[in-house]
Design a binder for this molecule. Structure first.
Ligand SMILES: Nc1ncnc2c1ncn2[C@@H]1O[C@H](COP(=O)(O)OP(=O)(O)OP(=O)(O)O)[C@@H](O)[C@H]1O
Ligand SMILES: [Mg+2]
Length: 417
């Protein structure tokens, strides 16, 4: 009976509001933030391209390709542009609609056309018409009411790779297909890789590729600004220390070898907050971000597995790093300090230490494997030096795993002697 009450308490106290989050929904992928740090220029580029529509929208049809790797803000920036541009033009008396369709969800020209009709609240007979015929009906409707639609086809790569090319040609060459004298449809094609159009006819490519807006992977500094915005909107005041945000930005920043993916960075931030909550911690520690990162990043999950493939001396370096952590209670260690600890450890075990350059090689390799992270020390330390840390949280499990593998390697060695 007592147990039940205790469990009830847990649920009760966790339901009664979060000490970590203020508005957790701000961290979901669907949330459209009020600011888009480092994408203002892309909004400007798009505006300049679409500016022609302000004069006489029925005289022109604009096509733009928005391309860039995953998580670089293509969807959120295009949606934000579309909606703002639409309201601005409406203020000026132009009848314009912005419609954003994901081609991965609406997988065929037919489904896409139905989605377009439903966005325009246009009843179209469900059966009996081909996609092309339906599209014509929609266009007639727009022409009659003098409405211009900016249609974004998100994840357009998907359509190119799965739909018959006639369907793609129909969409892109719309005004060669329709005998319409006025233009009521402009397109934004969002793609991860604009090379995907290379399978299409040259004429189509020319039709599409006149305007390309490229999105680059985010740098450390840029991710930091994006995350800082989300921290202030989604979290309670002062619960996320700067070093946690720095850690995530450094892992994902493209200039530090990360993917530059804002989606993953935000996901790690949210997961770190959840871990803090579960552990009843009043702050989102950097270690929770590390743990979140290793949970989210499938590769990081495999890091522990990688350790069992390491040779004796890289393992000794890892053990030296753990020893220093246990002694100094700091997870970032200067490389010189690490090397000294490694030598001491070798001596203790009667192993010949590897030379300086070889130690650096091992560190570099373990960085590439994702086991270690390196960072340049900031100001305040004499000279600049490289700081080494584990890319996963230092836990009892990690330590046991390293010791177990180390023992195995040392034992095998004795067999050889
Ligand atoms: N500049 C930015 N400011 C604020 N949030 C951003 C910014 N760029 C991206 N995000 C956020 O990062 C996440 C990923 O962005 P988005 O979905 O737009 O990426 P994408 O380029 O469309 O990726 P994919 O190719 O995988 O579809 C979203 O939650 C988005 O709100
Ligand atoms: Mg997207």
């Amino acid at each position: 009976m007592k147990v039940t009450t205790k469990l009830e308490d847990i649920i009760e106290s966790s339901l009664s509001g979060s000490t970590i989050f203020k508005r957790q929904e701000v961290l979901t992928p669907e949330h459209i933030p009020s600011r888009l740090p480092h994408r203002e220029e892309k909004i400007k580029e798009l505006t300049v391209i679409f500016r022609e529509l302000t004069n006489d929208p029925s005289s022109t049809s604009i096509r733009v390709v928005v391309s860039g790797p995953t998580g670089t803000g293509k969807t959120v920036t295009t949606k934000t542009f579309g909606n703002l541009f639409k309201s601005k033009l409406k203020e000026r008396g132009t009848k314009i609609e912005y419609i954003h369709i994901n081609c991965h969800r609406q997988r065929t020209l037919y489904l896409l056309t139905m989605e377009l009709a439903s966005n325009l609240k246009l009843p179209i007979p469900v059966r009996g018409l081909s996609a092309q015929e339906s599209f014509r009906i929609i266009h007639d409707y727009l022409a009659k009411r003098n409405i211009h639609v900016i249609l974004t086809l998100d994840e357009f790569d998907y359509l190119i790779n799965t739909s018959p090319h006639e369907d793609i040609y129909f969409l892109v060459r719309l005004y060669d297909e329709l005998s319409s004298t006025t233009r009521h449809m402009s397109y934004i094609f969002i793609m991860r890789d604009e090379q995907n159009v290379s399978t299409l006819d040259r004429s189509i490519k020319d039709h599409m590729m006149r305007n390309i807006v490229k999105f680059e992977p985010y740098k450390v500094r840029e991710l930091k600004d994006i995350l800082t915005d989300r921290v202030s909107e989604a979290f309670q005041p002062n619960v996320v220390p700067e070093e946690t945000v720095d850690y995530i930005s450094n892992v994902y920043g493209h200039d530090k070898g990360g993917s530059g993916n804002a989606r993953l960075a935000i996901e790690v931030l949210e997961m770190a907050g959840k871990i803090a909550e579960i552990k009843n911690s009043p702050v989102v520690l950097m270690d929770y971000a590390k743990e979140a990162n290793s949970r989210i990043n499938a590769e990081a999950g495999e890091i522990l597995e990688e350790i069992s493939y390491l040779e004796l001396h890289p393992l000794l370096i890892l053990k030296a790093l753990i020893n220093l952590y246990n002694r100094l209670k700091t997870s970032s260690i200067q490389i010189g300090r690490l090397e000294k600890e490694y030598r001491d450890l070798c001596q203790e075990l009667g192993e010949e230490p590897r030379r300086h350059t070889q130690v650096y090689e091992y560190v570099k390799r373990m960085k590439l494997m994702g086991i270690l992270e390196t960072q340049q020390s900031g100001r305040g330390m004499r000279g600049r030096t490289t700081l080494i840390s584990f890319s996963v949280p230092i836990s009892q499990d990690l330590e046991s795993l390293i010791i177990k593998n180390l023992r195995m390697k040392l034992d095998n060695k004795e067999d050889y002697v």
